[in-house]
Write a protein that binds this ligand. Structure first.
Ligand SMILES: *Cc1c(COP(=O)(O)O)cnc(C)c1O
Length: 438
């Protein structure tokens, strides 16, 4: 069976161009061939089991091969798999749009196929709103330092991760960056709240100088995932909302990673008590089953496109817009949230392992230990270059799949993870730190 693993690995290296990867590194770094999934676990061709500590890139909510998700999809597959959404509609897309509207307080759900396309849609809609509203100078976008909003060219323009964007700089639009409220960057003695307010003051200064040229401010609410689970105080979002209102700039909440319960509430913005002008959803929306994204907005913004003139409409499309199977998966996700009281269970799971995580947090090699909903993260203060791939490999041999971001170790498991499994991950990390893995 080990042979089967080797075969798939070799064939994958030859035929598949893996994402976000210098392929040459796979001469030494292993690719993990996954034969099947079961709950929070991935299983290779030799029967080795790995706890999916990254929810398969932050998308899986209720486990792999979930029987309820499977049944819903099978039923949908036998009814309608897909139909063009221009000029046509269908039951899953209508029901999903209604439910997302109720849950977000926004409406007019527009669909794309992945997170980056949701970012593109929100940016284009905001830009066109101002065009349609007689304010053509408002064309600029603002994002936070260390922001991540996807990697197509428009999304990459508001993404601040030089590793991903520097190569393409000549293709990207100039956009504004403002100070991140990430509390790891606070001065000694400065509270997370005080730091967030200081960051909000920087946003205000920018708005004061340039609001006339700005269409929108895009932000990952409460936690900048790709920045290394950079968490911040919700007061920042409250100030950002107030400033966007005062200066006439749209607020785009990119809940692609943080939505669907990840931060402890269904949507992260709820914890700040704010409603954005646009919300971008993807990743967990289908429980990790199928690619789907959605952008919802306000009635006022929608109304600015509603006109006899065709070109004032939002003439944007993707072939798989509103895919029936993906929408049905999303409906089942929302049903599971309701039926199983998922948010309350997640809350009690996190509370049950709080002492275990506190022990890890007290480790002398650990800094900035933090937890929000179903995310646990910390920095390893003495990590050497290459730490992320060494920890990845070491954890893998102990049955845990983790992908640190530089020296930030994080755990973001499917919600079906058990208390014992969480404790197992913390114990594994404790052992690796004790052994001096750098
Ligand atoms: C993953 C992510 C995206 C991009 O989504 P893709 O489906 O990978 O294109 C955008 N914004 C945030 C916050 C993300 O985490």
């Amino acid at each position: 069976m080990q042979q089967a693993n080797e075969d798939w690995l070799a064939r994958s290296r030859k035929a598949v161009w893996h994402p976000c990867t210098q392929m040459k590194r796979h001469e030494s770094l292993p690719i993990v061939p996954v034969a099947r999934g079961e709950g929070a676990w991935l299983i290779d061709f030799a029967g080795r089991r790995f706890l999916d500590g990254v929810s398969s890139w932050w998308v899986n909510l209720f486990g792999h091969a979930n029987p309820r998700m499977n049944a819903a999809l099978l039923e949908q597959m036998n009814t309608l798999e897909h139909v063009i959404l221009a000029g046509f509609t269908h039951r899953p897309v209508v029901e999903l749009s209604e439910q997302l509207g109720e849950l977000t307080g926004l409406g007019h759900a527009f669909y794309g196929s992945d997170g980056a396309s949701a970012t593109e849609i929100a940016l284009k809609m905001s830009f066109q709103y101002w065009q349609n509203s007689g304010q053509p100078a408002k064309t600029g976008f603002v994002s936070l330092h260390n922001s991540y909003h996807g990697e197509t060219l428009g999304a990459l323009s508001v993404t601040d991760v030089p590793l991903f964007s520097a190569t393409y700089a000549p293709l990207l639009r100039q956009t504004e960056r403002v100070m991140s409220p990430d509390w790891r960057l606070a001065e000694p003695g400065e509270s997370a709240e005080a730091y967030a307010l200081r960051a909000a003051a920087a946003l205000e200064a920018l708005f004061k100088a340039k609001a006339g040229e700005l269409a929108a401010f895009i932000v990952e609410p409460l936690c900048q995932g790709a920045a290394g689970m950079a968490m911040y105080h919700p007061v920042y979002l409250q100030r950002a909302r107030a400033l966007c209102d005062e200066y006439g700039v749209h607020l785009i909440a990119d809940e692609i990673a943080m939505g669907f319960g990840r931060t402890g509430t269904l949507f992260a913005c709820e914890q700040a008590g704010i409603r954005a002008d646009f919300i971008c959803l993807s990743k967990g929306i289908t429980g990790g089953y199928l690619p789907l994204s959605a952008v919802l907005t306000t009635d006022a913004i929608y109304a600015a496109f509603y006109h006899d003139d065709v070109t004032r409409g939002f003439l944007h499309s993707h072939s798989y817009t509103g895919n029936a199977l993906a929408c049905r998966a999303a409906l089942e996700v929302l049903r599971i949230f309701r039926d199983d009281d998922v948010l309350a269970h997640n809350h009690s799971k996190a509370a049950a392992v709080a002492a275990d995580f506190a022990r890890l947090a007290a480790h002398p090699r650990v800094a900035h230990a933090r937890q929000l909903g179903m995310i646990w993260a910390f920095e390893v203060i003495d990590a050497a270059p290459g730490f992320a791939s060494r920890l990845f490999e070491a954890a893998l041999t102990r049955g845990v799949l983790l992908r640190p971001v530089n020296n930030t170790v994080y755990l973001m498991p499917p919600y079906v993870v058990t208390i014992a499994e969480l404790q197992q991950v913390f114990a594994t990390l404790q052992a690796l730190l004790d052994e001096g893995l750098r």
